[in-house]
Design a protein. Structure first.
Length: 426
């Protein structure tokens, strides 16, 4: 359903009225397209906290940088935190609309509580700046263990592909460098997306195919016609399968004789009702599809060694699992369970199988499901984030594609919210 409020605020009367009434003023977001693959504005600024640069001398720049990257890895105490303010204060106003600010931090040092306090302060700073910067701009923090392993993450965050990702803290560990064709980084790789016949799953399948992957579109037998049509369009294949079947993992492994490089757990259902009115079947069906099937299928594919070296598992969580949501105790429990799965399995899967495990956690995404939500609740969902608008399925898909990238091996055990920095949750 079109966001008429967003369209209205783009008109002169809309801007005047919303400004006078103090209402949200969302800006249209610049998303990736083949003809506009980079951000608008001049070249990105690269600054270091505590080290003045020509663009960082106290006078706002007359240019409109597309992005600002601030190296704050050297911040170790309250005094050096002043360098963060000194670096960004003169330039933050000049960042182009739909521009990016990325702060580079260091892991917290357990042996130095002053360094840990200063680096943790960057998280509060980043999230606060994201909530005030406006004009479709985003702010994220990347904690670096190995700078050479951060290329794919910085490419994503400094591109239009991350339009609906803001206020996030992403940890980048260590990994061997990987050279790929940046236009088709997934060429030669096989991806399986569950629940892919429509909605977010279809957008994920399309985006992975755009990046070169051979995509297997998996959905329930009832959606086999839609799955086959999408697979045909993408040059992939379709697999009609109930992902909750006890032998689903074994059947997938048998279907993919050459193994799998990317596994995207997207299939999910909702059966909303307040706990006091929720029968057991509504609870169990949601937990079975959204969590138990993810656990069973992942275990089966790893045990069968069906995931190839340098493989990727990307599961779909939700901000409902992080912040909770009235009427969704079943859904919130399942999606929080996905977060627990990721955090526990990620280090072992990497050590034992060479496979990373991460999750995306969508917020309010414009789908057929959210279009059916009552008007006032839908409008609240759209506006209650720093970008004051709903996201699109492609926003989740682009984030998934970054996590699936061959050069994203240093990103592991992360839960990345695709929510426009929702005002709910951490």
């Amino acid at each position: 359903m079109p966001d008429r409020y967003l369209s209205f605020t783009g008109t002169a009367p809309g801007r005047f009225l919303t400004r006078r009434l103090g209402l949200p003023q969302p800006a249209p977001l610049r998303r990736w397209s083949p003809d506009r693959p980079t951000l608008d504005g001049s070249d990105a600024l690269f600054l270091t906290a505590g080290e003045p640069a020509p663009e960082n001398t106290g006078t706002p720049s007359t240019a409109t940088p597309s992005a600002v990257v601030l190296d704050a890895t050297g911040v170790r105490d309250v005094d050096t935190l002043a360098g963060v303010h000194a670096a960004l204060h003169p330039v933050v106003r000049s960042v182009a609309a739909s521009g990016r600010i990325v702060v580079l931090g260091a892991p917290l040092d357990p042996a130095d509580h002053h360094q840990a306090a200063a680096q943790q302060a960057l998280e509060g700073f980043t999230r606060s700046l994201g909530k005030e910067i406006g004009r479709g701009r985003t702010v994220n923090l990347v904690r670096l263990t190995d700078r050479t392993a951060a290329e794919s993450t910085l490419r994503f965050l400094l591109s239009p592909k991350s339009a609906y990702v803001s206020g996030q803290v992403i940890e980048v560990g260590t990994a061997q460098p990987v050279t790929v064709d940046q236009d088709r980084p997934l060429a030669g790789r096989t991806a399986l997306v569950t629940g892919a016949a429509r909605g977010i799953g279809a957008a994920v399948a399309e985006t992975l195919a755009r990046d070169g992957a051979r995509v297997v579109v998996l959905d329930v037998p009832q959606a086999k016609d839609e799955a086959r049509a999408l697979a045909g369009k993408l040059g992939g294949s379709a697999l009609a399968l109930d992902i909750t079947a006890a032998d689903a993992g074994e059947r997938i492994a048998a279907e993919l004789g050459d193994g799998l490089d990317i596994l995207v757990h997207n299939a999910g259902i909702t059966r909303d009702r307040r706990l006091v009115n929720m029968p057991a079947d509504r609870w169990s069906s949601v937990l079975d599809v959204n969590l138990a099937s993810v656990l069973r299928t992942t275990d089966a594919l790893l045990s069968a060694k069906a995931l190839n070296e340098n493989g990727r598992i990307v599961a779909t969580a939700s901000i409902a699992g992080l912040a909770g949501n009235a009427g969704q105790t079943n859904y919130g429990a399942a999606k929080a369970g996905v977060v627990g799965l990721v955090r526990s399995l990620a280090p072992r899967a990497l050590a034992e199988h060479g496979v990373t495990v991460n999750a995306v956690a969508p917020g309010f995404i414009e789908t057929r499901m959210t279009a059916a939500i009552p008007l006032f609740i839908r409008e609240a969902g759209r506006r209650m984030n720093s970008l004051a608008q709903g996201g699109l399925p492609v926003d989740v898909a682009e984030t998934t594609a970054w996590l699936a990238h061959p050069a994203s091996g240093a990103v592991n055990g992360q839960v990345v919210r695709v929510c426009g920095q929702s005002l709910l949750g951490a």
